[in-house]
Every structure is written in structure tokens, then in C-alpha cells.
Design a protein around this ligand. Sequence first.
Ligand code: NAD
Length: 483
Amino acid sequence: MIHGELHQSVRQYINGRWETSATTGVSANPSDTSEVVAEYARAGRRQVGFAIRAAADAFPHWSHSTPQRRADVLDRIGTELLARRDELGLLLAREVGKTLPEAVAEATRAGQTFKFFAGEAMRGGGENMASLRAGVQVDVTREPVGVAGLITPWNSPLAVPATKIAPALAHGNSVVFKPAELVPACGWTLAEIISRAALPAGVFNLVMGSGREAGQALVDSPLVDAVSFTGSARNGERILQAAAARRAKVQLEMGGKNALVVLADADIDHAVDCAVQGAYFSNGQRCTASSRLIVEAAVHDVFVARLHQRLKTLKIGHALERGVDIGPLVDEERLARSLAWVEIAKEEGAEHVWGGEPLKRATAGHYMSPALFLARPEHRIAREEIFGPVACVLRAADYDEALALCNDTPSGLSAGICTNSLKHAMHFRRHAEVGMTMVNLPTAGVDFHVPFGGRKGSGYGPREQGRHAAEFYTTVKTGYMLA
Ligand code: NAD
């Protein structure tokens, strides 16, 4: 187990055994880069192949296990995650740089997700109806799909894997899980808990390694029946092409350019709260981050002034320090990218309001001040996903223009509106071209028991989470019988 400040060597979990690899990598603490969090084994194609074969061999038995058996396993995993939420939150904060309260909340969510799917394992069921032919009965049932290849990003290293692993197992699939390279300790810790939950060998496997090698091996293998990917749109597109070409089931959850609309009749202080939480908490490193703040002209200046004031008060620092609002960015590369976006915005003529500078703290980490710009719709910062603490305000003449701007993007994950008008709130819920709408709430921050996902360039395939997860992790069978 990983405790406190110690770092650990973590291995692959293949066919019920812990395996080393020929090569290794390390993850470092972004709040203090002198601290190694984990050394991890990096799987190559061959090792991933062993894991896939183990999952394929384990599938027939597991797919016929009883609902009670599956529920017990998931419940046990959920119970341990919840019991260890503080310790796991600490690990997550050390590996990703989320503040400790955010990290503990994520560990809690992962535990709750396993508990939810323990219930789902028991709820199964299907439809039963009369046939068009006399004396014939028809039923529609769901069966597991097979081997699920689960590929996850670094930004929510416990919650996103839980969102995939729990429903996959609940519905009777076997799993090969590949976490992102920046978060091996979180991936391994989750796997270690799962490894002690009385699953038959091969039902759950962990492979750590690069996307190009370990991830691609999963996508390409004819033994992997379903690929669920969360990550960037660029990699998602590649994965879709490769997996669909061999007719695997594919689910993609990708980035967004989410908008928060603020109308003139909104409670402006509350709208500022929503903007700060949505755009800047977790450094904007959330797929649901609101990097576009679309504000009605009548309140534009007052909104910008109050947001500016709030940004000045935010405390940026070590993720484990009490009272810190925002920790470091996850690594040097992401920090450099966010700082480059600040330069792009300035060069394009966006008006700089605040922030966007690298910060020095007592420990060497990837710190920067949250950046705010006033932009025009054609600016790149108003069009492309940044995945960092950089947001822009766009001025809209009225609600209609605000909605048009909100929908003027190739992505469609989450969109929010701050207003006291029921008419506009209802219209927005119906006409925002996204998978999730928020009224008087930040665009980020969602429940785990209801569907999660986006439209247009933000997603592909059935939604994740809640009862809807069955759409991806099961396949439908229609049975006819002459009674
Ligand atoms: P990424 O695309 O770089 O990597 C995601 C995962 O895919 C990693 O495990 C990576 O190793 C793997 N991968 C990369 N190339 C691959 C390939 N060719 N074949 C198979 N696997 C491959 O994304 P990231 O930087 O880790 O995460 C940030 C992105 O994730 C952002 O765009 C963000 O919006 C998105 N995201 C989306 C959601 C959502 O649910 N919509 C949630 C969190 C993050």
C-alpha cells in the first residue's frame, strides 16, 4: 500500500499476478517536483497481449456469475475505497496536484460509484412481451459484451477509472485497464484494492504504459470487444477509426469548450462563483471546465470587475497546504502549454484582464496564476480546448446572441446559464447543443448516478454512468419461444 510520503514501485496486474516489465517510468509530485510519487513498470505490446488473453479466457466464467457474486465484489471494493478516502485523497493530491478537499471528494466518488454498480448488478432485468404470432413469447435480455479495454486520462485518476471499471464488472465483462502515464500510483492503488476483492484471475487486469504502445495494443486487439476511452479529441478520433474498423464497440468521452452564459437578470455574485469554480478550480484541467464566459452586455463590465476582484483573492499553492484554492498544474509540459495560450491570446489581440504568469512557491512546482481575457468569438482562446487556468469573457448583446455563441463550437459537453428568468432557463436547457446543461450552477461538478457525456465532438457512443452505462457494457438479445 502507498502511505503518506513514501514512494512505491508499482507493477502490472495480469491474470491474478503482479508482473514487472522490461522498462520503468516515474511519476512526480507537481507541487514539489523533488518528490517521486511512484516508480512504475511500463507494459509493452507483448505484456498487454498477455493481459488481453487472460481477460478473454476469464470472460466465459465471469459472464455467467450470479448477480449476487458481482454485487459482493463491487460492494467490497466500494467499501474499501470509502474507508480509505483520506489516504487515497492524499495520494491523488500528491500525484495530480488537486487540492486535498477536491482529491478526497474524488476518492469518495470512486467508492460511491462502485457501491452504485453493486446495486446495478442486482437490478438486471429485461422486457417480456407477446409476439405477433399466436402462442409465441418474446423477451429482450442483456448480456455482457466480452473483454472491455478501458483507457483513462490523468485528470481524474480515481473517478474516471471507477466510472468504467465498476459498470464493466457489474454487467459481467472482463477488464483490461490502462491508466494515464502521469498517474500510475492512483491506477495501481485502485487495482490493488480490486485485486483483493475475490475476483477470479484474469477478470481484472492492469497494464501501465504509453498510449501509443500499451493503449494502442488494446485498441487493435481482435480479442478486445469494447473500448471505452476518455481523453483528448485527437486521440479519441484515432481510436475510433482503429476500433470501428475491426467492429469493436467504442465509447469516447473527450474534451469540451464549455460555456457559462450570464444574463443581465442573474445574481452576479453567484454567477462569479460559478465562473470561478467552473473555469479555474482544478486549474481548468477538467473536461467540463467553462473556458468561455458569455456575458450579456448590460452586466458585462460589472461581471468582469467582480470576477477580476475574486481572482486576485485566490490562493495558489502546494496542493496539501490548508486554505489553498488551486494547486499546481499536473506537469511541466501542461504548464508550458497554458503559458503559451496566454501568449497566443495576447498576440491575437484579446484584452488581458488578469494573471497568466508562472508563480514561485516554497517548493518547486508547476504553479501559475489564473488568467482572464476579454476575447472575440474568432480568437483561438475562444475556440480551442485549453485544459488549463485560462478563460475568456465574450460579450453578447442579448440572450439569443449568447445562445448562438454558446453553440458556435465543434464540441458539446456541458453548458451553463446564470439567470433568474424561467423562460430563458427552460429555453437554454432545450436548445444548448450539449450533453449536460446547468442552470445557476458551474459547468463542472456532476453527480455519479446519472448519465455523463457530450454531443458533437465531445463524445461518441452511449453515455457513461448510472443505469445508462448498460447501453455500452451489455449487448441486447431478443429471444422467441413457442409456449
Ligand atoms: P490523452 O488523450 O493524451 O490520453 C488519454 C489516455 O489515452 C491515456 O491513458 C493515454 O495513454 C491514452 N492514449 C493516448 N494515445 C493513445 C492511442 N493511440 N491508443 C490508445 N490509447 C491512447 O488525454 P489526457 O491528456 O490524459 O487527458 C486530457 C483530455 O481528456 C482532455 O482533452 C479532456 O477534456 C479529456 N477528458 C475528458 C473527460 C470526459 O469525460 N469527457 C474527462 C476527463 C478528461
